[in-house]
Each structure stands twice: as structure tokens, then as C-alpha cells.
Design a protein around this ligand. Sequence first.
Ligand code: SAM
Length: 229
Amino acid sequence: MHVSKRLEAIASLVSQGSRIADIGSDHCVVPILLVEQKKVTYAEAVENKKGPYMKMCHEIAAHGLEGVIHPVFADGIESLSKEVDTVILAGMGGRLIVSILEKHPERLRGVSSLVLDPHGDLPYVRSFLAENGFFERASLFFYDEGIAYDVMKWERNDDKAVYSELEINFGPTNLKHPPKDWLLYWEKQRQYHETMMAKNLPEEKRKEHQKAIDQIEKAIAIAKANYSL
Ligand code: SAM
């Protein structure tokens, strides 16, 4: 079984002894890896489309894990088992992840940990989580085959987590402990906005790029100050 750096990172954020559900499991690599690593005591893999569901069942059988990983044909967390304390949502757009989480708040009540790999709209995901009683426990920012990923783990909070605009936009953990790839990524983004500023753009657009540059510079300065502590 090929395990990419991204899937390895997702599995690494799951705590020992967790009871997981991998929503949108498709190839089922993460549940299989976690069961083989003896890291989880319960696992279900959820799909809402026939093709990926069949593939998932095939992978479970091919690894001799029938009866160990429970395949579920359902929409998101609609029929999440009460056994589950950790939900994994990976390889999906940020807005889809939020729509899955907010659709069944009653199912989320027993869940203490979320391991997420949103592809896009990360500030939207972070705002939703902070407003719904979660705080960021950890995140891993890295390049895998030239693509940047920010894999994050959020846990239930007793008090409401309050994050600044910069923390929502760039990630609280990234600002506190900036990974090299994160600095590289945002430096590239800054350069992109600088390039756009050099073009003959309408004033409105120029303002947007300048605002982005200001925010990125602020975030990099804070992160670098923390880096050298
Ligand atoms: N999680 C794997 C990964 O990170 O490599 C597979 C990601 S794949 C791009 C996204 C999967 O999510 C697809 O197989 C799709 O069918 C599934 N999916 C999308 N919306 C879903 C939903 N509401 N409920 C369950 N599965 C869903």
C-alpha cells in the first residue's frame, strides 16, 4: 500500500487509543494504516458514493480487515457511531468539510477530536471550528510532491477559543512554531502579490494585493520572532 507524506501526516495526528471515523475514505489508506499501527481501538470508513464505497470495501478485504474496519455507506457524519471520538476529514475542500460537520451537530457532540486536511478555504474552516467549541491542538505544514498542505488537529474546548484575524488566516500553530515550508509558502505568496502590484491593475485590485502583502508580512514577522525565541 502506497502511503503518501500527506496521508502519513494525517495518521500521525491521531492519538493512540482513538476510536476513529474516516469520512470520505475512498482508498481507505488512513484507517488501514492506523489499524495496522495498532493506534486505534475502533475504526469506521464512510463513503457516500457507490464507486469509492466499493473501492473502500475492496481495500478492507484485501488487507484482511473485514470486521475490524466497519464500512459505512452514508452522507458525512449522519450515521456516525457513538463509539467514535475522532473524526478524520481529508482531501476535500474546506467548505465541504464545514458543511459535513455542521449538518449533524447532534452527531458531533461525542466527538472530542478532529483531524482535518482541507484543500482550500482554511480560514473559513478555522473560524467555524473556533466558533463551535474547538481549539487547534497541532498542525503540520509541508510540501508533498510540490503541493502545500496544512493538516490540522482540533480538540474540544471547555472555554471558547478566541483567535486573532492573523491566527484564523495563517493558523495559530504555524504562527507559534513556523515550519520551514510554511515560511517558504508565504514568502512565495508575498512575491506573487508583489508581481501583481507591478502590473497595471485597477485601483480596487491593487488595494487587495497590498492588503494581502501587509497581512503576509505581519504574519511572517510574528512567526519569525517566535521562531527565534
Ligand atoms: N480521504 C481520502 C484522502 O484524503 O486521500 C480521499 C479523498 S477523496 C478526494 C474525497 C472523498 O470524499 C471521495 O471519495 C468522495 O466520495 C467522498 N465524499 C465527499 N463528500 C462526502 C460526504 N458527504 N460523505 C461521505 N463521503 C464524501
